[in-house]
Design a protein around this ligand. Structure first.
Ligand code: HAX
Length: 437
């Protein structure tokens, strides 16, 4: 079957048996209670989904299979000369629960390279879209066009046993992850680089090949891509893109359809599109102030103005986190190492000094601290990747690693169709009348 698939089969069978036992013994235990505020308030904190690949703690941030971001930067295999983790490594960790050896990571780079062929019609579909089409719309369109390649959909149509769902989901997921950098790079080059494309270099790792196809050969940029593609990969199951993939996949939509749905969710400005919004917002501030580095007071005034106009300050706040996002910290560490005097990055750091205090005084904002999107754009601009509308596509390529590893788990554990209960306001009023206490 292949070493990664064999390993996944072995661990998922074992966990499957454990889950059966656990449900038999403890299936009736309550995980918590649900309030009416939660039902109206975006279902925050309702423990209602099992998602294996990562777990988020409000104070500490994300852990991937128990490992924090600082631990992963140290323990996952690196490219030569770099101290940043290779994204193939986090994929293996999320899929199997074990840290990979450098040999396994190398093997995965080769496997992704072998599976990376994108059929011609996908590029033809993209070529038919107006050049002004937002890169995220191009991205989901291309993923949908690639659905012709779904082995899961073909096998299901022929008549597939439930016990084989995981197998075809695994194959589609591997192929999709392998193909996404090529598709994303094609979108970038057609939109911003006169439609001049760069052939893949199959001797490079997955992230470096992506950087190469985008047209960025600087080693440092490749290291940034390794870090970027690792830290954006997953954020437990309740975030909008992961939950959407999980939900759509539960109806046995194949991995292409499920992932495309998740990417539409990622394209919202309160979610993944925030990385684009942050840079646009900083640039608008600079423009309004006549360019250069704004003073601390000018930044404070601009933040207050944004709030007074009824807009959100992009890159700040989070539905779960209540401290600085460790993904922000990892990027800040990278920037302090490689570009300590960079103007835009210094503005990001001044914002970090002033925004939490301002948001904190507003009372209603539960988390005044920066999230992942507050920093990523400034790093990309430093290496001249200035086309901010493309940033969410980079996020999406990374997010594939987590949500597709989980989709394999969802099929291996036989998770059923998702179908939570909804209520009407009339129903809630009657419920309150019947339950006055
Ligand atoms: N600026 C201004 N107001 C903010 C705010 C911010 N950064 N963050 C929260 N608020 C407001 C909310 O809009 C809400 O206002 P109303 O009561 O008027 O509706 C109030 O504060 C309470 O919100 P909350 O409970 O603290 O936060 P939510 O869980 O509802 O929302 C969001 C979380 C991330 C959507 C929110 O903080 C936000 O809009 N942030 C800016 C956009 C952003 O950076 N999004 C990226 C998040 C991370 C991510 O998914 N990355 O992909």
């Amino acid at each position: 079957m292949g070493i990664v698939k064999d390993k996944f089969r072995e661990v998922s069978l074992k966990v499957g048996e454990e889950v059966k036992e656990l449900l038999k013994e403890h299936g009736d235990k309550e995980l918590g209670k649900i309030t009416i505020s939660q039902a109206y308030g975006g279902m925050r904190d309702i423990p209602a989904m099992v998602y294996e690949t990562s777990l988020l703690d409000a104070q500490e941030g994300i852990r991937f299979r128990g490992y924090s971001i600082p631990e992963l930067r140290e323990k996952l295999p690196h490219a030569e000369g770099s101290s940043e983790p290779l994204p193939e490594g986090i994929f293996y960790l999320m899929l199997t629960g074990e840290l990979p050896t450098p040999e396994i990571v190398k093997h995965l780079s080769t496997v992704f390279a072998k599976r990376s062929h994108v059929p011609k019609h996908v590029f033809e579909v993209l070529d038919k879209l107006p050049i002004s089409t937002h890169p995220m719309t191009q991205f989901t369109t291309a993923i949908m066009a690639m659905q012709t390649e779904s082995l899961f959909a073909k096998a299901y149509r022929k008549g597939m046993s439930k016990k084989d769902y995981w197998d075809y989901t695994f194959e589609d997921s591997m192929n999709l992850i392998a193909r996404l950098p090529r598709v994303a790079a094609y979108i970038y080059r057609r939109t911003y680089k006169d439609n001049v494309h760069i052939e893949p270099d199959h001797y490079l790792d997955w992230g470096s090949n992506f950087a190469h196809m985008l047209g960025y050969e600087e080693k440092e940029f490749h290291y940034l891509m390794h870090l970027y593609l690792t830290i954006h990969a997953d954020h437990e199951g309740g975030n909008l893109s992961a939950h959407t993939v999980h939900c759509v996949g539960s109806g046995l939509a194949d991995p292409y359809l499920s992932f495309a749905a998740g990417m539409n969710a990622l394209a919202g400005p309160l979610h993944g599109l925030a990385n684009q919004e942050v840079i646009r917002w900083i640039q608008a501030m600079q423009e309004e102030l006549g360019g250069g580095i704004p003073s601390r007071q000018q930044i404070i005034d601009y933040v207050n103005k944004t709030m007074a106009e009824g807009k959100v300050v992009p890159g700040y706040g989070h539905a779960v986190l209540r401290k600085t996002d460790p993904r922000f910290t990892a990027q800040m560490e990278f920037a302090k190492k490689y570009m300590p005097t960079d103007e835009l990055n210094n503005i990001v750091w001044t914002l970090y000094e002033v925004v939490p205090e301002i948001l904190g005084t507003k009372g209603k904002i539960k988390n005044p601290w920066p999230n992942v999107d507050a920093h990523s754009g400034a790093l990309l601009v430093h290496y001249n990747l200035v086309e901010s509308d493309f940033y969410t596509v980079l996020f999406g390529v990374s997010r594939a690693l987590g949500v597709l590893a989980q989709l394999c788990w969802s099929r291996a554990l036989g998770f059923p169709l998702e179908r939570p209960k909804s209520m009407t306001t009339e129903w809630i009023k009657e419920f309150i009348a019947k339950n006055p206490a």
